[in-house]
Design a protein around this ligand. Structure first.
Ligand code: ATP
Ligand code: MG
Length: 216
């Protein structure tokens, strides 16, 4: 059997992926939330999981350090997708990429008046394309987290961030004013690995597809 490495991040991606892996007959030997191991063996001698930062998953797969990975569309758009196939939308870790502003900020008027907006975000590529397509002039400020803070302390007029319940925005007196796109996680495959290891990868792909189709 060919050896297969699957790159995953902890947290919501692992939680939502574990049932899909199980449907493919793959069960991790350790829980990444409690274990400090970065390489997890599975019930299959030839399949291992590597636990990496969510935004690093495409990089591991691009360079073939992992054959497969699971990454959010948000992360894939920033990465660019070089060397990757993304054959499957797994429909997990769903949320929306949105523009948000302080509760009392009139975003519509600012846009209509052609104001130049300062936007803080982790997603600079996606934000740049979104505002360019709308014809809105923006200065983008790259952040690595806690975007909600930026408008509260005068770092930015608006943020581009992922929103699911909206509770974090509300708790920080922000409101979502525009949806950029819906986000979910995708299975990604190293292009060379798919060719060289198709015998091992295809059954995993098929099991994932079947598991998604049978989801409510
Ligand atoms: P880190 O927390 O290590 O900085 P991260 O924030 O990218 O990294 P997670 O918060 O686990 O890691 O998010 C991983 C992926 O889950 C994101 O890339 C996105 O696709 C998805 N995601 C993020 N926030 C939400 C959310 N609120 N609801 C559903 N899915 C989300
Ligand atoms: Mg996070």
């Amino acid at each position: 059997m060919t050896d297969i490495t699957i790159a995953l991040s902890k947290g919501r991606i692992f939680e939502d992926t574990a049932p899909l892996l199980k449907a493919a007959g793959i069960i991790a030997q350790d829980d990444p939330e409690s274990s400090r191991k970065l390489i997890l063996s599975t019930n299959h001698d030839n399949v291992r999981l590597v636990i990496v930062r969510a935004s690093d998953v495409p990089t591991y797969v691009q360079y073939g350090a992992a054959d497969l990975g699971i990454a959010g569309k948000d992360v894939l758009l920033e990465h660019g997708g070089m060397g990757l196939y993304h054959p499957l939308d797994l429909n997990i870790a769903r949320c929306r990429m949105m523009v948000a502003v302080p509760e009392h900020f009139d975003y519509e008027s600012a846009v209509k008046q052609g104001a130049r907006l300062r936007i803080a975000t982790k997603y600079v590529q996606t934000a740049r394309e979104h505002f360019a397509a709308k014809g809105v002039h923006v200065d983008l400020i790259k952040l690595y987290g806690s975007m909600e803070l930026a408008p509260l302390v005068g770092l930015a007029d608006a943020i581009v961030d992922l929103v699911s319940s909206g509770n974090t925005l509300k708790a920080n007196h922000l409101k979502a004013v525009e949806e950029i796109m819906p986000i979910s996680s995708r299975l990604i495959i190293n292009q060379a690995a798919l060719k060289l290891k198709r015998d091992t990868i295809q059954p995993i792909l098929d099991a994932f597809s079947a598991a998604i189709d049978s989801q409510p």
